[in-house]
Design a protein around this ligand. Structure first.
Ligand code: G6P
Length: 611
């Protein structure tokens, strides 16, 4: 949610900042802006819309006249104030000598605004961020770092900020509290960003800023201190992602790329963990807490959006296979409903980005109440990854498409590994374990086989793309898949879709069914197959058009459904890893057919770092 980039070094800053913004555009894309330090002045340009709109504004301005060596830029997802030119970042002080970009929310901005107005400050935007620019200017004497430090004493809320000052043209000052900032360390240059994706092109050496830290960065070096000016020594770390992982690689959309790379990335996720020779599971991230986990009396899983759906699959797995009482809670609800958490409870926090504000807050709540907290996170070094006691990374590589795909299957894979590990330590026979390990090892190849049906899924999507209401129904392990399938369609195609446990349909939603309405059934062979076939009949008899995701070789269902997408057979608890794939393709093709921007759906942001 919102992307920040800053540069200081010996190269021309402007193109570096613009390229960085493009890499960050998936974080927010309603407006963008840039401020560079040129001949003792701050040149500031911003525009509503995508980065391309900003480029257009800059081209009219004549970028070749500029040769700035430092600057800051931002791509925005609006929280305070409409997404227009004026509210876009950077925001500047009245005299234009200070500019700042900001991620997060300033909670006391209204009080600060009143205070600043009393001091004679006039505001040009409706944003909370503008208050920071004016506060810094108010405190500025001859040292930007000191002014930022003083300004932040007055600020309540969350922030990742980078500020520049016309009087200190080669200096960036950054501060973090609850919103990530990473400093990329190059040769005689530094790139600071809210996300490693904007840094990778220049360096893989990074420093993660922590909450309540300030960094002063020049081309010659950097210095980090706490907000109270206590020096902090930082380690330089290596980012494990590579540049080609954040490029489209021949695909038109990141979502498409990420759907199709699932076989490969899930192999990486399983590598070194799924032992096909000895039929066991190794999870380095939980070695130190394995005993506690095995003895857990209860597990609470939490997350948001797609991660919540993966957590729900985790709940089914943990109860069914490991026989540990488990429940799933929306992270946004968890902390406000006085949850019952004790020392025997393990809280599993699921997040792709590791930065979702609600999930981070749920983690902190769980820790405060004495629970051991385990992270299932994709982004290495992210806030959630660092605040959890233990964790298992997904290792599925960067996910850029706003609609999560490979992260979902990665999260379910990790939760399956964890469950099997615990189940075996608790009671599962080696024989059962052998079956699960073998079946899990086959999943990447089976996903490949499903992806081969891409063209026929596209035909189905194109046939129903004009229908504005879809239902997704599944039972047992396929109920969370129904939720996820419906969410994917909503997110990127703007078609209204609902996911439900199939049996619940007759308690209300059946009233929606009309002639020709698409109803997606996840109806693979398993314990509830007979029951779901009855639900298929109920829909058919009311004129609904059934699109069934079924087990290969199931000819009976072809008699009942308008369309069947087959998935290979696997053990029932592993089915979500396969049944999700056709639903990702269905949503993707429906959105493309409707002319939607799949990677940047309206109103959404990849990572929601506000409450
Ligand atoms: C946003 C995204 C969703 C995502 C959710 C949780 O709402 O649009 O696609 O599932 O955040 O994100 P996380 O990074 O915590 O998994």
């Amino acid at each position: 949610m919102c992307g920040i980039i800053g540069y200081v070094g010996n190269r021309n800053a402007l193109p570096i900042l613009i390229e960085g913004l493009k890499r960050l555009e998936y974080r927010g894309y309603d407006s963008a802006g840039v401020a560079v330090l040129n001949s003792g002045k701050i040149i500031l340009q911003k525009s509503a819309g995508r980065i391309s709109a900003l480029e257009h504004v800059i081209s009219e301005f004549g970028p070749d006249k500029l040769n700035a060596r430092a600057g800051i830029a931002h791509t925005r997802w609006a929280t305070h104030g409409a997404p227009n030119d004026i509210n876009a970042h950077p925001h500047a002080s009245g005299d234009g000598s200070i500019a700042v970009v900001h991620n997060g929310i300033i909670e006391n901005y209204s009080a600060l605004r009143t205070y600043l107005k009393q001091k004679g400050v006039s505001f040009t935007s409706d944003t909370d961020t503008e208050t920071i620019a004016h506060l810094i200017a108010l405190h500025y004497k001859d040292n930007l770092e000191a002014a930022v430090r003083a300004a932040l004493q007055d600020v309540q809320g969350t922030y990742g900020i980078v500020a520049v000052c016309a009087k200190e043209p080669g200096t960036l000052v950054a501060a973090r509290n609850g919103s990530p900032l990473i400093i990329g360390v190059g040769r005689d240059e530094y790139v600071i960003a809210s996300d490693a994706a904007a840094i990778l092109e220049h360096t893989s050496q990074v420093i993660y800023m922590e909450d309540n830290e300030i960094a002063r960065i020049t081309a010659d070096g950097f210095r980090t201190t706490t907000l109270d000016a206590v020096p902090v020594t930082k380690d330089v770390e290596e980012v494990e992602w590579t540049l080609d992982q954040i490029e489209l690689g021949g695909h038109e959309y990141f979502m498409e790329k990420e759907i199709f790379e699932q076989p490969k990335v899930l192999e990486t996720c399983l590598r070194g963990r799924l032992d096909l020779r000895d039929h066991c599971i190794h999870l380095g991230g939980i070695v130190d807490c394995a005993r506690e986990l095995v003895r857990a009396q209860r597990v609470v899983l939490t997350g948001c959006g797609t991660a919540w759906h993966a957590a729900l699959v985790g709940e089914y797995l943990l109860e069914d296979l490991a026989r540990i009482p488990a429940e799933t809670d929306y992270a946004s609800e968890f902390r406000y409903r006085n949850p019952i958490i004790d020392a025997g409870t393990v809280v599993i926090v699921v997040s792709q980005s590791g930065e979702t504000s609600d999930t981070l807050a749920a983690l902190q709540e769980a820790k405060q109440r004495g629970a051991m907290v385990l992270g299932v996170v994709n982004v290495v070094g992210s806030s959630i990854a660092r605040e959890t006691d233990h964790g298992i990374y997904l290792h599925v590589g960067p996910e850029t498409g706003v609609a999560s795909t490979k992260a979902f299957t990665g999260q379910v894979t990790v939760l399956t590994l964890l469950t099997l590990y615990l189940a075996r330590r608790r009671h599962m026979s080696q024989r059962s374990m052998n079956n699960y390990v073998t079946a899990l090892g086959r999943i990447p190849g089976q996903i490949d086989a499903i992806l081969e049906q891409n063209a026929s899924v596209r035909t189905i999507a194109e046939r129903y793309m004009d229908q504005n209401n879809w239902l997704y129904l599944g039972r047992g392990y396929n109920y969370p898949v129904a939720l996820e399938g419906a969410l994917k369609l909503k997110e990127i195609s703007y078609i209204h879709a609902e996911g439900l446990p199939a049996a619940e349909m007759k308690h209300g939603p059946i009233a929606l069914i009309h002639e020709g309405m698409p109803v997606v059934f996840i109806a693979t062979k398993g314990t509830q197959y007979g029951k779901i076939i009855s639900n298929v009949e109920e829909v058919r008899s009311r004129g609904g058009h059934v699109i069934a995701v079924a087990t290969e070789g199931d000819r009976d269902i072809a008699e009942l459904a308008e369309h069947v997408i087959y998935v290979p057979d696997t053990l029932e608890p592993l089915q979500p890893l396969l049944t999700t794939i056709p639903l990702q393709l269905l949503a993707f093709h429906a959105a493309v057919a409707r002319g939607c921007n799949v990677d940047k759906p309206r109103n959404l942001a990849k990572s929601v770092t506000v409450e």
